[in-house]
Design a protein around this ligand. Structure first.
Ligand code: MN
Length: 232
């Protein structure tokens, strides 16, 4: 055997502030229900024992500033504003104390969600893939290296739709903080450069429609925006 039957799938990447080279995306892990007020609005109990996860394919990656089509299969397309962190060195079964050294950079992100499909799957105790892991559902700002962000906690995380504030919280509201998430996830995966982690969304999630413009930000990080196009 030699060669590939067809051209290898594209590599997706995220720009890094201060670097010419971009961060290549391999796996995208997402934390569920990591802010108490969001878990409450979803009608579920918070599990403070440990985080839980779902994943998105790297080809879900979309840069900030894009216009994405209103996706097929949903009548309830939601935004979720999230802090994003990316891994910079291999870690496996790392401690919370060792986790900061594994994080290369942080950014702003949107975990776009087909909420009706997610909730239907949840009700039937099925996986969330159709609701969460679909094309152009992971929106990322340029990354800021972790040393430049400083201590995490007091930063405001917010999102607006057409200028109206919908989500407004602080990173200290995270139930499982970034370092706890890295330590926990590394019990189950050999984390490595290319791994992107979306840390969960605060309360205030809601639907958008064609023509809407989403903006959002986290203090100290690049902002994010996304325009919703026509139904595909
Ligand atoms: Mn989310």
């Amino acid at each position: 055997m030699s060669g590939l039957l067809f051209e290898a799938p594209k590599t997706y990447s995220i720009p890094v502030n201060g670097e010419d080279a971009a961060y290549p995306v391999n796996r995208i892990f997402c934390v569920g229900r990591n802010y108490a007020a969001h878990a409450a609005e979803m009608g579920v109990e918070v599990d403070r024992e440990a985080p839980f996860y779902f994943t998105k394919h790297p080809s879900a990656t979309v840069p900030t500033g894009a216009t994405v089509p209103y996706p097929t299969g949903t009548e309830n397309y939601h935004y979720e504003m999230e802090l994003v962190m990316v891994i910079g060195k291999p870690v496996f079964r790392c401690s919370v104390a060792d986790a900061p050294a594994a994080i290369y950079a942080f950014g702003s992100g949107l975990d776009m969600t087909r909420r009706d499909l997610q909730l239907a799957a949840r009700a039937k105790q099925r996986p969330w893939d159709l609701g969460k892991d679909f094309e152009k559902s992971a929106v990322f700002s340029a990354l800021t290296k972790s040393a430049e962000l400083g201590e995490l906690g007091e930063q405001r995380i917010h999102l607006e739709v057409n200028g109206d504030v919908k989500q407004d919280a602080h990173l200290k509201d995270l139930i499982h903080n970034c370092y706890e998430v890295v330590a926990d996830l590394s019990k189950y995966y050999h984390l490595a450069p290319g791994d992107v982690i979306m840390t969960g969304t605060p309360a205030g999630v809601g639907a958008v429609l064609p023509g809407d413009k989403i903006t959002g930000g986290i203090d100290g990080l690049d902002p994010i925006d996304l325009t919703i196009g026509d139904k595909e």
